[in-house]
Design a protein around this ligand. Structure first.
Ligand SMILES: Nc1ncnc2c1ncn2[C@@H]1O[C@H](COP(=O)(O)OP(=O)(O)OP(=O)(O)O)[C@@H](O)[C@H]1O
Length: 632
């Protein structure tokens, strides 16, 4: 998304010298923290002050239900076993532990990203936090492990769009733009302003993820393994950045981390170590080794404390988990963390609630523009879809040339059936497979309160529906003309409307299948459902349908579409067809309709049925999406 007044900093206020210096600083890691690098130029930034939030949690448990095929029963598994802790504003907290210990599970529970199965209390400044509450969502953000960005938009566009969405209309565009530039400068991304997100390095993507969420200046940041996949200098840079974020304006920054170097570990204020779903240490980093020594685990000289605590956690030093858990309980409170903040910090008058996000229509508009921008940049797939429809239209038209006006109705019957099947398949499959890929972006942006589900869904439909309609119309125009169907305005209009409506309803089914089923099931569930419904009306008549299946006849939009197409072509008192032989059985179109048992088709009613099913499927899809996003 672009705005006309915006300019690339590389071309304007920020000089190349700044960028060059930033780049050099990048590779010097934590050693640079005392130097004059971009993470330290705090005074320049003008972010609105937010409340300081201390986070504490008591007896947090996470249970999942597991279905056992062998015993044919559902069992419950506890992953977090009643962990407690306190994280103070201004602290950089590391949640560490061996693989599978429950780090991400704990982070998700604290962030409110996982709600189902979580019990216990999470308190914010001493008050119970409701994970779904608007206030909590406005003051916190969650950054997932994998960077999820749209590859085809630039850093500047991504930031500008996020600023418009998250900061709403009450804040001027100029101010938003200043925020964008300041954040990019702070995170060393100024020189990437015009770079496509897909072309950023791993470290740059992580920084952009953070920059995007910092637009609302949240008080609490949760980051799931922000250093995973980065080289050592990028790791240092990332942790140095988080440290500054915690220090600047006393944000609470909590992240899970795998195996930091000794140098990296020292940069954290507080360490929370989990093993097997239990807490085995919580407190300042500097107290870790003395604490472990008190339970009989002495860290060898020159050994990385982070490695050491993981080795202790997995039992390499013959210290049982029970003993470690019991020892963690005895850590004195003053050592665990400093007392929680009560009330608001100083400078209360500067503290502001985050602004309201953009309104419904603005969200629709911005998301629609983003969709269009992505399509414009990556048009190969769209062109391929359009050209395929054109090509297949030519092939079908050539194969069934002239069948529309001849009495050899069986050829035309197959053309009509094949055409509808094609439009149903292309409509359905194009979105069935595309949607699961969108899900991760949607989950991240929706959770971090960029926008609501309805504007997202509407913006997606505003792009997908016209495009599928255009593809269908391309195919129909070419094949209709080549096959010699009747050239009568009413018939052409009905033919086009019914075919396109069926294709769009199939598309709605595609969305539904894509949202509700895993991708591996979706690839065959889509075609199976299409074929199942296509049987009714094509090779079986209503009177020949077993009673058990007659309901499918009524709800099959394919049947409704196919019968309507046949009636549009052969009904409405069509004159006799051209007969090239001595005797043509179906010279009179009504004879054919009578034998097919479709002489009284109501095209308008069928159209209402097709569109009704389409609308219903969209409503079901949106409901399923809502459940997925809000019932985690
Ligand atoms: N929904 C779930 N259903 C079943 N098991 C789960 C579920 N979520 C987590 N687990 C299990 O809980 C344990 C902890 O998972 P979690 O992802 O929190 O580990 P982690 O410490 O972050 O590991 P890693 O560092 O390898 O990412 C794992 O054994 C995982 O298989």
């Amino acid at each position: 998304m672009t705005t006309s007044t915006h300019y690339s900093p590389s071309r304007s206020s920020l000089s190349c010298c700044q960028f060059d210096r930033g780049s050099q600083d990048d590779v010097r890691g934590p050693a640079i923290i005392g130097n004059n690098n971009y993470f330290l130029r705090k005074e320049k930034y003008s972010f609105p002050k937010r409340p300081q939030l201390d986070l504490s949690f008591r007896d947090v448990r996470y249970r999942v239900k597991e279905w056992s095929l062998r015993n044919f029963s559902i069992s419950e598994k506890e992953i977090l076993h009643g962990v407690s802790g306190e994280f103070k504003a201004g602290e950089l907290v590391a949640i560490m532990g061996p693989s599978g210990a429950g780090k991400s599970t704990l982070l998700n529970a604290l962030a409110g990203f996982t709600v189902k199965g979580v019990s216990g209390e999470v308190l914010v400044n001493g008050k119970v936090r409701v994970p779904q509450s608007e206030r909590w969502k406005r003051t916190s953000c969650y950054i997932q492990q994998d960077s999820i960005l749209r590859p085809c938009i630039t850093v500047g566009e991504a930031m500008t769009l996020a600023a418009h969405l998250k900061l709403g209309c009450t804040i001027s565009s100029a101010y938003k733009h200043t925020q964008v530039l300041e954040l990019l400068e702070m995170l060393g991304l100024t020189h990437c302003y015009d770079t496509l997100c897909g072309k950023l390095s791993g470290g740059q993507k992580k920084r952009l993820d953070i920059a995007l969420e910092l637009l609302t200046n949240p008080s609490v940041l949760f980051l799931d393994e922000p250093t995973t996949g980065l080289d050592s200098s990028s790791c240092s840079q990332c942790v140095a950045l988080m440290k500054r974020l915690a220090e600047l304006e006393r944000r609470t920054v909590i992240c899970t981390i795998h195996q930091p170097s000794a140098l990296l570990l020292e940069m954290f204020d507080t360490l929370y170590v989990v093993a097997g779903g239990y807490c085995i240490y919580r407190g300042p980093v500097r107290s870790l080794l003395p604490h472990l020594a008190s339970v009989g685990a002495h860290c060898p000289p020159y050994h990385n404390p982070a490695d050491f605590v993981l080795e202790v956690a997995i039992g390499e030093y013959d210290i049982s988990l029970d003993k470690l858990v019991a020892a963690a309980e005895t850590i004195p409170n003053d050592q665990k963390t400093v007392a929680l903040t009560t009330g608001l910090p100083e400078e209360t008058d500067r503290i502001k609630e985050p602004p309201s996000p953009a309104g419904f229509l603005t969200q629709c508009y911005l998301l629609y523009k983003r969709q269009l921008l992505c399509l414009k940049r990556d048009y190969t797939l769209l062109m391929a879809r359009l050209l395929c429809h054109l090509l297949i239209g030519v092939i079908f038209g050539y194969l069934y040339m002239g069948s529309g006006y001849r009495a050899n109705v069986l050829a035309n019957y197959v053309y009509l059936y094949g055409s509808l099947l094609l439009l149903v398949y292309t409509g359905k499959m194009a979105v069935t497979l595309a949607f699961p890929l969108e899900m991760r972006i949607l989950t991240r942006e929706h959770f971090n309160r960029w926008y609501r589900l309805a504007p997202y869904y509407i913006s997606m439909l505003l792009v997908e529906i016209p495009f599928q309609a255009a593809c269908a119309a391309t195919y129909l125009a070419v094949s209709y003309w080549l096959t010699g169907q009747p050239v009568e305005t009413n018939r052409i209009i009905f033919f086009m409307i019914v075919s396109i409506a069926a294709s769009l309803t199939a598309q709605a089914w595609g969305f539904f299948i894509g949202v509700t089923t895993p991708i591996k099931i979706a690839v065959f569930a889509g075609p199976i459902i299409a074929v199942l419904f296509s049987i009714f009306g094509f090779c079986i008549r209503y009177i020949d349908t077993p009673i058990l299946f007659r309901w499918m006849f009524h709800v099959s939009y394919f049947r409704a579409g196919f019968h309507s197409l046949l009636y549009t072509v052969y009904g409405f008192d069509r004159m006799d067809l051209k007969c090239d032989e001595f005797y043509c059985h179906y010279k009179r179109p009504t004879k054919f309709l009578n034998e097919m048992d479709i002489n009284d088709v109501n095209v308008v009613n069928n159209l209402i049925l097709i569109l009704g099913i389409g609308v219903l499927m969209h409503l079901l899809t949106a409901s399923a999406l809502w459940c997925k996003l809000n019932r985690r």
